[in-house]
Design a protein around this ligand. Structure first.
Ligand SMILES: *[C@@H]1O[C@H](CO)[C@@H](O)[C@H](O)[C@H]1NC(C)=O
Ligand SMILES: *[C@@H]1O[C@H](CO)[C@@H](O)[C@H](O)[C@H]1NC(C)=O
Length: 278
């Protein structure tokens, strides 16, 4: 009996890393080009090599780009991936592997595709986009308005201003319960990144007004904020994959682990008392 419970406990504990990851592989957005390639073409085999390379590369670096120059120009292929800078390498690799799997399902046979998960981004196409700044709005999301909460909005504005004022491809800021984050794709130069982040943050403020959270994903960068404490960015997205189901699962596993611990403790106490009773 105790062995079974111990097994259950270890099983629960070994599942915990999976659960903490569920926030990074939550679906944010995805899209495919209209153009399709013909099955069994050179393009298809290049694409398969590209996707394999991305997954392998993500085990040792958080950003990389690839160019496949083929014998015929139509078969040329470009791709890149990037992980959120705070992810560990194993988490980055897992995130990219999931993104590639989801892209395969979402964009079968299309020349190009892009997918953003909470923790990582993957894009490929047959026309080059590497090193090209792109400020097209890909996804905009604003939470419900917090109304006339002057302090929260002042903090929000200060956090966003600090993010614009800092440098680097990955920028985080916080004040009280207000959190903000911005990241550029690694192929942008410092000044392009600055320009992109400034645009995203300008749009967040103008489009989201007094929303309690805001997400602005542009072609090559994003900026996001939340006024209700860290790390809530994933809370806002129950779009497609993950979400409440995973949370319920996490709670159930947590409860099971708790119950298993309690029973083991009781069995242990009983053994001690039986021992001292002899
Ligand atoms: C991308 O592929 C499509 C379909 O094969 C083709 O029509 C288009 O010209 C290609 N674009 C480039 C830039 O090669
Ligand atoms: C693509 O990757 C190579 C190294 O693998 C790097 O030298 C180059 O700067 C990258 N290009 C872009 C546009 O990021």
């Amino acid at each position: 009996m105790a062995h079974l419970l111990l097994l259950l406990l270890f099983l629960s504990l070994s599942l915990l890393p999976l659960l903490s990851l569920s926030a990074t592989d939550t679906f944010v957005y995805g899209g495919c080009t209209q153009l399709r390639y013909s099955p069994n073409s050179g393009y298809e085999s290049n694409l398969n090599s590209l996707l394999t390379s991305l997954v392998n590369s993500a085990t040792y670096t958080s950003y990389n780009n690839y160019t496949f120059q083929a014998s015929t120009p139509q078969d040329a292929l470009y791709g890149l991936y990037q992980c959120r800078a705070d992810l560990s390498m194993p988490d980055c690799a897992t995130c990219i592997a999931r993104a590639v799997t989801q892209l395969g399902a979402l964009c079968s046979d299309t020349c190009g595709g892009a997918l953003q998960l909470e923790g990582c981004y993957v894009k490929y196409d047959n026309s080059t986009f590497l090193g090209v700044e792109d400020k097209t709005v890909v996804l905009k999301k604003c939470g419900p308005s917090v109304g006339y909460e002057v302090e929260a909005m002042a903090r929000r504005d200060a956090v966003l201003a600090a993010i614009v004022g800092s440098s680097g491809a990955y920028r985080v800021g916080g004040s009280g319960k207000v959190q903000g984050v911005a990241q550029c794709v690694g192929d942008l130069s410092g000044s392009e990144c600055q320009d992109c982040v400034a645009e995203a943050i300008g749009r967040l403020k103008s489009d989201c007004g007094t929303a309690d959270f805001g997400d602005m994903f542009l072609g090559k960068c994003y900026a996001r904020y939340s006024t209700h404490g860290p790390p809530v960015f994933s809370k806002a997205h129950h779009d497609k994959f993950g979400g409440d189901g995973e949370k319920t699962f996490a709670i159930i596993i947590g409860l099971l682990a708790g119950v298993a611990l309690l029973i083991i403790f009781l069995v242990f106490i009983r053994k001690i008392f039986q021992g001292s009773g002899k």
